[in-house]
Ligand binder design. Structure first.
Ligand SMILES: *Cc1c(COP(=O)(O)O)cnc(C)c1O
Length: 230
């Protein structure tokens, strides 16, 4: 077995165990493999170990890999910062976008989504820890933005995404994820049908599962440490 295959097996087992601990059904928790900084060959290895959904942060890097992996039926999720001049290629090449945080970007993604494809599935990225440097819409602005985005014809708003400030403290991890879930519940009470909480990375996915995550974005635990100097 390759290292990637055995890592995947360990991550899947840990997700199943964490889900069982809090009484959650395993089919409610979807694993996205975050493949940024890893080559197409790493994705191919993960695919052969049963992983079909991938998340990428950088458009050009993702497009290059899609070109190399065109023979595989993969589902691609965009999770990085979105510049306005990149929306067309994102709308044309991805199934999901988790990092929508302003109306202008959402409008462009909707207008540029090709008619022959299903609506683009989107999450609003929320700056849940209130960090000045972080991307994401402020918690107080989520409802207003969500109500505008649900009117766009070629997008389906699925839920919320967050990258909390990194913490090794379990209580701090739980609090951030619980805050995102509370925000989602509030929107649901406003009549928005949101089924997705995209939260939890390699260091905090157990806490995210306990707080209701439906999509985990996990890179390091599957592919190993990223080398940014390649
Ligand atoms: C890189 C990244 C991840 C994966 O992080 P790991 O710690 O490697 O699991 C998840 N979400 C986003 C938005 C990322 O940029």
């Amino acid at each position: 077995m390759t290292t990637i295959a055995s890592n995947l097996q360990a991550v899947r087992a840990a997700i199943a165990a964490a889900g069982k601990d809090c009484g959650r059904a395993q089919h409610d928790i979807t694993l996205l493999a975050v493949s940024k900084n890893f080559p197409a060959a790493a994705i191919r290895a993960a695919y052969h170990a049963g992983q079909h959904r991938y998340a990428e942060n950088y458009l050009q890097e993702a497009l290059d890999k899609m070109g190399e992996l065109g023979d595989l039926p993969l589902e691609w999720h965009f999770i990085g910062p979105i510049q306005s001049n990149k929306t067309r290629a994102i709308a044309e090449n991805f199934s999901w976008v988790h990092s929508v945080d302003r109306l202008k970007v959402a409008e462009r993604l909707s207008a540029q989504r090709p008619a022959h494809l299903p609506p683009l599935q989107v999450c609003l990225q929320v700056n849940i820890s209130g960090e000045a440097s972080k991307s994401g819409v402020a918690a107080g602005q989520v409802e207003h933005l969500a109500k505008q985005i649900v009117t766009l014809p070629h997008l389906t708003l699925r839920g919320l995404m967050a990258v909390p400030a990194p913490s090794d403290d379990a209580a701090t991890q739980h609090a951030a994820f619980a805050a995102l879930r509370a925000l989602r519940d509030q929107l649901q009470q406003q009549g928005l049908r949101l089924d997705t909480l995209s939260m939890g990375m390699s260091h905090d996915y157990r806490a995210a599962i306990a707080e209701g995550a439906t999509m985990l974005r996990i890179g390091t635990a599957i592919f190993g440490a990223r080398n940014y100097n390649i």
